[in-house]
Design a protein around this ligand. Structure first.
Ligand code: IVH
Length: 673
């Protein structure tokens, strides 16, 4: 393929993929199979790698992320991002409508919409391409989170139809509930603290530096306002329809997500309908927004200093019930973290029976001033686990005593510890406390770790009770006879268990590292460590500075790794796992070496022989480290074409060695071909 053909194929593929993306995510009507889509995407990725000069700023490959934003640029909003006046009272909605009615001529038309519970975003388009996406910030200035927003599939990167040349569109980015719950399930599996609710998590996600992680989270967005000079719409409802034609995901009128209303009764119908129906939505809303439809009337009504007079939000009350607190019990996690749990008299709340609520930690109990036998208010907000939001003081028995957090572990009676600055209490008896031991083994066998699917938590429990296993290394000495001797264990299941233990010996190094259960070493960190150290002994011997020198490894993780391997028991476990035949090293990848060990690189400009991404990979594969900006510690600046003069000057000033692409490739003996 010559350059011209490549440029043309890149353009065709980009267009086709964006169209398929639209059909899948916005129209909900896929036009090709996932497999075919992936093939086309791969083809485009390959071409962009070979011909980076033809890749579009808004290429569909940006959907999978990869761009890193170190510092989000602060950007002034062209139109201030105001908030809405809001109320929990239907009467105040009636009053508002009356006021509007008096001020506006004739009978105004309103538009009722859902009030999406997420984070506001303003996205600027020019010439039909997405230019910049800015958070609300303080309403005047926000942060540009463009690379992250590009990963959201329902936000078009290129527009269709007859769009205005320059405009801004605003909407709400939110975390769909199924994706939020899946993320938390994964975190639970990894022993990580759960995210509290979809809204805050959406907000935190948008500010992540690594857009590839944002892409994995699968955020979504609904758009609710178009801003600009020559939009060509006369009313909000018309603008929404037009935005739909340009490729945006807009509320579905046939699912009653948006409605034009001519009277307060119709507005109330909409409110009542969604107060019930919101429970069936796949995302959270916290109310209804009512807007005057006609732009001219909007202008006449104008703004107060904080919000438009032409719109109001009716907020739903979170459903709340009262019930009795029977007992506070304490759960011990695999890391030894103690979670207090409120055991309640069962009560129906938002369609489910609630028996338990998490109290999170000692501070939470103190803040609520919980007493034995209290009647508590329970609420179900965005959280999956209901929470106690208060106590009905009038029903408290005067003689009841305050709930005191336990001092000894509820499982093994070891004295609990609480490190300075941490909210959680811990049981330090890692090797003698049953739920911690079992928890670690369960984590070890889990799908993302050693994937020993022939064993489950119940079998682990039985094996532990029978004294057949005390740690995960013991799994590899289990015999068929031992397993089959367990209660209700059939031959077939025992065979399965043995087979899957055996199969786990083939699991790659990075998954083993994750399986070990080192605190803060989740899947991603394990991968980074495996790639960097390549084999376990190098990791065990690594000093603190080496550890924090690894991409994305901070002090907290480094300390945790060192503490883990400092313990004799853990080193012994690793030794036994090695004896059992586990693969504690990565298979040497092609092109890898130690030639760049401990050297730091900054790359800048455009390269001819390999893409920027490939260059970065080559640096890491050969033991080097990529950093974003030049400092005294930088060893080399790999300079491509069109490198900015500021970088060059800085490199010269700090006496950083500047090398060309060819010189770099020669350093690692890399041959093109
Ligand atoms: S219209 C001048 N429509 O609620 C403000 N806002 O407190 C115009 N929101 O910051 C906003 N759903 O982030 C509008 N359908 C909707 C909305 C909505 C959610 C958010 C928005 C805004 C906040 C208002």
């Amino acid at each position: 393929m010559n350059k011209e053909e490549a440029a043309s194929r890149i353009a065709t593929l980009s267009k086709e993929l964006e169209q398929h993306n639209y059909s899948y995510y916005v129209s909900n009507a896929p036009t090709i199979s996932d497999y075919e889509f992936d093939q086309l995407l791969k083809e485009l990725e390959k071409l962009e790698k070979d011909y980076p000069e033809f890749a579009f700023e808004n290429s569909p490959t940006k959907r999978v992320g990869g761009d890193i934003t170190k510092n989000f640029e602060s950007v002034q909003h062209e139109y201030p991002m105001l908030s809405l006046s809001n109320t929990y009272s239907e009467e105040e909605i009636v009053d508002w409508e009356n006021r509007v009615h008096k001020l506006a001529p004739g009978q105004p038309t309103y538009v009722c919409e859902l009030k999406y519970d997420g984070v506001a975003i303003g996205i600027r388009y020019e010439g039909g391409v997405l230019k910049q996406a800015v958070t609300r910030g303080d309403g005047t200035k926000g942060e540009a989170v463009t690379a992250n927003v590009r990963t959201i599939r329902t936000i078009p990167l290129k527009l269709k139809g007859n769009f205005p040349h320059k405009f801004e569109i605003r909407g709400e980015i939110f975390f769909p509930l199924d994706h939020f719950n899946a993320l938390n399930e994964k975190r639970a599996e990894n022993g990580d603290e759960l995210y509290a609710n979809p809204r805050n998590t959406a907000s935190g996600t948008l500010k992540l530096q690594d857009s590839a992680i944002v892409a994995e989270r699968k955020l979504d967005c609904y758009l609710y306002g178009v801003y600009g000079e020559k939009i060509g719409a006369e009313s909000h409802s018309q603008a929404v329809k037009m935005a739909g034609d340009w490729g945006f995901k807009i509320p579905n009128a046939s699912k009653k997500m948006i409605r034009q209303c001519q009277s307060i009764d119709e507005i109330m119908d909409f409110i009542h309908y969604w107060d019930e129906e919101r429970k069936n939505l796949p995302f959270e809303i916290d109310g209804i927004v009512i807007k005057v439809d006609d732009y001219r009337t909007q202008d006449e009504l104008g703004f107060t200093s904080k919000s438009p007079r032409w719109a109001i939000a009716y907020k739903f009350k979170a459903e709340q019930v009262q019930t009795k607190l029977n007992e506070v019990t304490y759960q011990v996690g695999r890391t030894g973290a103690i979670t207090p749990v409120a055991n309640l008299t069962p009560v129906l709340l938002a369609g489910t029976t609630v028996k338990r609520a998490s109290l999170h930690n000692a501070d939470q109990i103190e803040k609520l001033d919980l007493h034995e036998g209290d009647t508590v208010y329970v609420e179900k907000g965005g959280e999956i686990i209901p929470k106690i939001v208060g106590v009905n003081q009038s029903l408290r028995e005067p003689s009841s005593s305050v709930i005191a957090f336990i001092k000894l572990c509820s499982e093994c009676e070891t004295e609990l510890v609480r490190k300075e600055g941490e909210a959680q209490h811990y049981c330090p008896n890692a090797n003698g406390c049953p739920p911690q031991i079992k928890g670690r083994i369960e984590h070890f066998i889990s799908r993302k770790a050693m994937d020993i699917d022939g064993l489950g938590p119940e079998t682990i429990d039985l094996l532990f009770q029978e004294g057949l296993i005390h740690n995960y290394a013991d799994l590899y000495s289990l015999t068929f006879d031992q397993i089959v001797s367990l209660e209700r264990m059939a031959d077939k299941s025992a065979n399965n268990a043995i087979a899957s233990i055996k199969a786990s010996k083939e699991i790659p190094f990075e998954s083993i590292l994750f399986a070990l259960g080192i605190r803060y070493v989740g899947e991603t960190v394990a991968k980074k460590l495996a790639r960097h150290f390549k084999q376990i002994d190098a990791l065990i011997d690594a000093n603190f500075d080496t550890l924090i020198g690894v991409d994305e490894i901070g002090e907290k993780i480094a300390i945790s790794i060192q503490q883990f391997f400092l313990e004799e028991e853990n080193r012994e476990l690793v030794e036994r796992l090695k004896q059992a035949g586990l693969r504690f090293e990565i298979e040497e990848a092609e092109n890898s070496s130690d030639l760049l060990q401990a050297k730091t690189f900054v790359i800048s400009g455009v390269f001819e022989k390999v893409s920027r991404k490939a260059l970065k990979d080559l640096i890491e594969l050969n033991g080097g480290k990529n950093i974003g900006s030049i400092s005294k510690k930088t060893d080399y600046l790999v300079a491509g074409a069109n490198m900015g003069p500021a970088k060059l000057e800085k490199a010269n000033k700090l006496e950083v060695q500047i090398i060309s692409e060819d010189q770099f490739l020669a350093m690692i003996n890399y041959e093109i071909g």
